[in-house]
Design a protein around this ligand. Sequence first.
Ligand SMILES: Nc1nc2c(ncn2[C@@H]2O[C@H](COP(=O)(O)OP(=O)(O)O)[C@@H](O)[C@H]2O)c(=O)[nH]1
Ligand SMILES: [Mg+2]
Length: 288
Amino acid sequence: MADEGAAGVLAGHMVRATRLLRQLLPSVDVAWEVADARAPRASRAPGLARLCGDKPRVVILAKRDLAESEVTTAWLARLRRDTPAVALALSGGDPDLAPLWEATAEALRRSGRRAPDSWRAMALGMPNTGKSTLLNRVSGGRHAAVGAVPGVTRGQQWIRLPSGGRVCDLPGVLPPRLGLWPVAWRLWAVGAIGPGQVDAERAAEALLEWIAQRSPRTLEARYGLESESPPYLGRVAAARGWLRAGGVPDTSRAATGLLADWRRGLLGCVSLEEPGEEVAGGSGGVAT
Ligand SMILES: Nc1nc2c(ncn2[C@@H]2O[C@H](COP(=O)(O)OP(=O)(O)O)[C@@H](O)[C@H]2O)c(=O)[nH]1
Ligand SMILES: [Mg+2]
């Protein structure tokens, strides 16, 4: 099946990427850990802490423009207890990168390592978190390939940054975790895992239930769902005219359509995790 094939390619790519990462990491002074601002817990790569050891780290919450700003602020406060952290909107306009230079200098300072003008950084994180976009932004050019297909970047060189320092033009891709459902559906929603790695209809339903809690009017406006109770996906299919023969709602098509709407921002800016909720424990509130 196509989905299984895609998952296989991804796994092979992940193995190669992790091997390369291990080779490169020793020459890196600071790790830029890229996660999705909408899911700062689920989208932080679980293996990264072990890979990096005591190397200075900066957590970068990309796609800040797609998350709820108060929730992102709360996340930054939480993350900064452990490590310097910034939230960035990387696509469109000219992002303000000053907080990233400051956080990088702070991470190096805290570790007592080399002078900030000689540092070498590397972007690391799960697929689709914004690593390539970040590299394009910090280098002021299109050095890094951006796309939904992991592994489009080849070779490796250090890009000199206008702010001083250098960054590896090759982002380190780390495998997402798939085990826990509250994590898996969020990773599906932020695009870190593909449809072949998760039950997309179940994930779509979880996303709908989450949005229904946080921003019910969005679902009303887009799909005509007014104060209804779950499950929602069949009603989304019916509302959008996604039907199988005999007028049966096509929930598979609805899952794909919902994801497309969500990725285009048509369902608004919705954070998928709050710092207070312990999703990993399995009691993460609604839609878990
Ligand atoms: N809205 C928004 N989209 C972003 C941002 N950063 C990256 N993206 C988009 O997210 C997708 C994945 O980004 P990419 O840099 O290729 O992720 P990578 O797989 O980690 O290298 C692309 O479609 C980017 O345009 C951001 O800060 N805001
Ligand atoms: Mg990339």
